[in-house]
Design a binder for this molecule. Structure first.
Ligand SMILES: [Zn+2]
Ligand SMILES: [Zn+2]
Length: 145
């Protein structure tokens, strides 16, 4: 985990009147390392023994403080990743068989096309686009075998 990420996470928790405990710091580090959204079970496994209730509670606090965001996938398992402003803008590849989620960065040409679309939307409807989400759904390499 970078010092900057560490400092930003600490500041956001402080602003939310929450402590940056060892467990919370560890979870931020795990999510930073993973490079893809993780389930609670995966966070637990990487933490080496954090109880599920504690992992869940800490993720909820981190989410509320704006450090972590919940990723919607196709299965019942919530997944978590660092807030996008702490990492970089990206999209998700969602497997409709196993529910796995991978990060994917779109080409700048596509991102620019979406920016233009946002301007068109505003001109036509008055709706101000602040962000976009675009998931690609399909079958992951493991499930395709
Ligand atoms: Zn899959
Ligand atoms: Zn995008």
């Amino acid at each position: 985990m970078t010092t900057e990420l560490d400092a930003t996470a600490a500041a956001r928790l402080r602003d939310a009147d929450q402590r940056y405990t060892t467990s919370r710091r560890q979870i931020v580090g795990i999510l930073a390392e993973a490079g893809r959204p993780l389930t609670i079970a995966e966070v637990q496994a990487a933490s080496g023994g954090l109880p599920q209730s504690s992992a869940y509670r800490n993720l909820a606090v981190l989410e509320q403080a704006g450090v972590v965001r919940r990723v919607l996938a196709t299965d019942e398992f919530a997944r978590f990743e660092l807030a996008e402003d702490l990492t970089e803008h990206h999209h998700h590849l969602v497997c409709t068989r196993c529910g796995s989620v991978l990060d994917f960065t779109m080409s700048s040409a596509l991102e620019e096309a979406l920016e233009r679309t946002a301007r068109t939307v505003r001109a036509r409807t008055g709706f101000t686009v602040q962000a976009h989400r675009l998931d690609l759904t399909g079958v992951c390499a493991d499930c395709a075998d």
